[in-house]
Design a protein. Structure first.
Length: 551
C-alpha cells in the first residue's frame, strides 16, 4: 500500500508527466524495508524507452538473480515459468520490479499483475549475457517447468554453471536451453541435480570441452532411463565426475557414454551409485580410468562407484580398466545383489588400495571368488564387511594367495555368508596384524569345519574376537587350542589368546558345540576382570555361556 501511495503523490506533484514520475519512483528505495529497483545497487535510467540503445547487458551473479526472483514472487517455490518479452512492463499495472543487470543496459524482471507463478524479463539491449558466475541461478525453484524464456540469454561468457537448476523438480525438458553456448564453462557441478527431465536431447549440442567439474551434474535425475544426448560430449578436461549420475534410479544402461574421454578424471566416486535399474555397464569398456584415484566417496555416507546397482549381473565391461591409482575400493559393489560374475575384475591392480571395507557386501548372487585370485591386498588395513551378506558363496577358493599381513580389521568379513561351507583357502593367511576379528564368520550357518584356521596367529595384537563363530554350524573348535606352529621358518604359538585378546563374548554362541572338550583351551589373562568362573570350571561372560577350560 505504501508504494502505491507514494506513486500517487508523485503523480500529483508532476501532473501530466507520468513516465517521469514512474521512473523516479523506481530509481530509489522508496520506503524503509521496501524494494530497490536495481539489484546491482545502481540508479535506474529516467526512462525505460531509452533513446540510445545499448548493445549489451550483463546479469548480476546467479545467486542474486535467484534472490530477486524469490522476492518478486514472494517465494522461489511459487515460480513456474520464466519469459523474456519484447515490451517493457506496463507501469500502470506493475508496481514492483527488479533491475537484474550488473552492467550495460537494464534488465527488468517482474511478476505480471496478481500473478506470482511467472517471471517476466525485458531489456532493450541487443544481447543479454549471463554472469560469469551463474551458479545457483534457479536453484530451489522446485515448481519451475517452463524455461522457454532462457533462449534469449547469452551464456557464452559464463564460467560457473554449478547448481544452476539444482532441485528444479518440476523441470521435465531442457529444450529452452538447447542453444546455449557453454564452451567457456568449467564448473557444471550439480547443474541439473534433482531435475525430472526424462531426456537429455535438449543439451545434445552443448560444447563442454572446457568443463573440469561435473560432480553431481545429473544426480537424483530420477526420470532418466537412458543418457541419449550425451554421446558427443567432450569430457577430455574433466577432473571430477564424482556422483555425476548418482541415484538416477531409472537408468538402465550407459551405452551413450561409450566414447567419452575420461582420461584426466581423478574422481569417479559413486558415479553410478544408487542406479538401481542399471543392468549393463558394457558401455564403459573403452574408458581410460588410469588417472582415477577415487572410486569411492570420501565424506558423508561412503558409497562406491557402483553402490546399490541392484540389477547389475556382470562387470565384464571393466575388464581392461587400469585402476592401479585407486586408493580405496570400499563399498565399490556394495548392494549389487544380482551380481553373478566378477570375471571383469580379474586383471585389476588393487595394490594401492588401503581399504576393501564392504567391497562386495550384500552381493547375494555372487557364488565364486576365483576371479580375485591375483588381487594384491598387501597395502590394505581393512577388509571389514568385504563379503558380508554374500549368501551365495559356497567356497572361498581363489583367496589362497591373498597377502593379509597388514590387515588390522577383519570384522564381519564373511558375516551372513549363510551358504559358506569350505574355507580351506584361508589356511595360509597371515592374520598376525589383525586387531579385531569380531563376528568374522557370524551366522555362517553352513560352515561346519574350521580346521583350516588352526595355524592362524591372531593373538599377537588382536583385541576383539567376540562372536567370531557365532551361529556357525561347527561342532568342534578344539583344533584352535594353543599349540606351536611354524611359518616362514619361525615358530609361534597359534591361538594364544592370552596375549592381547580382551573380548571373546559370544565367540561360540549358537554353534553346534555341545561337549566341553570340543572347545579350545582359551583362558584369557583378563579372566578376573571379564569372566565369572562357575562351579564346573566353565565361565559365564555377559549373557553368553562359553565353556573355557582352565589350563
Amino acid at each position: 500500500m505504501e508504494r502505491r501511495t507514494i506513486m500517487k503523490r508523485l503523480r500529483l506533484w508532476v501532473p501530466g508527466i507520468l513516465s517521469v514520475a514512474v521512473s523516479v519512483l523506481f530509481s530509489f528505495s522508496a520506503i524503509a524495508g521496501g524494494f530497490k529497483g536495481d539489484v546491482a545497487g545502481k540508479k535506474n535510467p529516467i526512462s525505460i524507452r531509452r533513446q540510445v540503445k545499448e548493445k549489451e547487458a550483463v546479469l548480476v551473479p546467479g545467486s542474486d538473480v535467484k534472490s530477486a526472483f524469490a522476492e518478486l514472487a514472494g517465494s522461489a517455490k511459487y515460480i513456474q515459468s520464466i519469459h523474456f518479452g519484447d515490451t517493457p512492463p506496463d507501469f500502470e499495472k506493475v508496481i514492483y520490479y527488479k533491475n537484474i543487470s550488473e552492467s550495460g543496459a537494464p534488465v527488468y524482471a517482474w511478476c505480471p499483475e496478481d500473478e506470482t507463478t511467472a517471471i517476466c524479463l525485458y531489456s532493450d539491449a541487443e544481447t543479454v549475457y549471463l554472469n560469469a558466475d551463474s551458479s545457483g541461478m534457479f536453484a530451489g525453484l522446485s515448481n519451475l517447468s517452463d524455461i522457454s524464456g532462457l533462449k534469449r540469454l547469452d551464456s557464452s561468457r559464463t564460467v560457473n554453471f554449478s547448481g544452476m537448476f539444482q532441485s528444479c523438480a518440476g523441470l521435465t525438458e531442457l529444450d529452452g536451453i538447447s542453444g546455449w553456448n557453454v564452451s567457456k564453462g568449467t564448473d557444471f557441478g550439480s547443474m541439473f541435480y534433482g531435475v525430472r527431465a526424462g531426456s537429455l536431447e535438449g543439451i545434445r549440442r552443448w560444447d563442454v570441452s572446457s568443463g573440469e567439474n561435473f560432480e553431481m551434474t545429473f544426480a537424483h535425475c530420477k526420470s532418466l532411463a537412458a543418457l541419449s544426448g550425451l554421446e558427443g560430449w567432450n569430457m577430455a578436461q574433466a577432473k571430477n565426475m564424482a556422483g555425476m549420475f548418482v541415484y538416477c534410479t531409472r537408468l538402465e544402461n550407459v551405452d551413450a557414454l561409450a566414447d567419452w574421454d575420461v582420461s584426466r578424471a581423478e574422481s569417479l566416486a559413486e558415479l553410478f551409485a544408487g542406479c538401481e535399474a542399471l543392468s549393463s555397464i558394457d558401455g564403459l569398456a573403452r574408458w581410460d580410468v588410469s588417472s582415477c584415484r577415487y572410486f569411492v566417496s570420501t565424506g558423508g555416507v561412503v558409497k562406491g562407484m557402483f553402490y546399490n546397482c541392484k540389477k547389475l549381473t556382470d562387470v565384464d565391461g571393466l575388464l581392461d580398466w587400469d585402476v592401479s591409482k585407486g586408493v580405496s575400493f570400499r563399498d565399490m559393489f556394495h548392494g549389487c545383489e544380482a551380481l553373478e560374475s566378477i570375471w571383469g575384475l580379474q586383471n585389476w591392480d588393487v595394490s594401492g588400495s588401503g581399504s576393501f571395507y564392504g567391497t562386495f557386501q550384500n552381493c547375494a548372487s555372487l557364488s565364486g571368488l576365483e576371479p580375485l585370485r591375483e588381487w594384491n591386498l598387501g597395502g590394505a588395513d581393512s577388509a571389514r564387511d568385504m563379503f558380508r551378506g554374500c549368501t551365495g558363496i559356497v567356497s572361498l577358493a581363489g583367496l589362497e594367495k591373498w597377502d593379509m599381513s597388514k590387515m588390522a580389521n577383519l570384522n564381519t568379513m564373511f558375516s551372513g555368508c549363510s551358504g559358506l561351507e569350505e574355507i580351506g583357502a584361508l589356511a595360509g593367511w597371515d592374520v598376525s596384524s589383525a586387531k579385531t576379528m569380531s563376528s568374522m564368520f557370524y551366522d555362517c550357518k553352513s560352515l561346519t569345519d574350521i580346521a583350516a584356521l588352526q595355524e592362524w596367529n591372531p593373538a599377537s595384537c588382536c583385541e576383539n574376537m567376540g562372536y567370531i563363530f557365532r551361529g556357525c554350524g561347527i561342532t568342534d573348535a578344539s583344533m584352535l587350542s594353543r599349540h606351536t606352529a611354524v611359518r616362514d621358518g619361525g615358530a609361534y604359538t597359534a591361538w594364544d589368546v592370552d596375549t592381547s585378546v580382551t573380548e571373546v563374548k559370544g565367540a561360540f554362541n549358537q554353534t553346534g558345540i555341545t561337549s566341553a572338550n570340543k572347545y579350545p583351551d582359551w583362558y584369557p589373562a583378563y579372566a578376573a576382570a571379564a569372566l565369572k568362573l562357575n562351579a564346573n570350571g566353565g565361565s559365564v561372560l555377559g549373557e553368553d555361556v562359553i565353556i573355557l577350560e582352565e589350563r
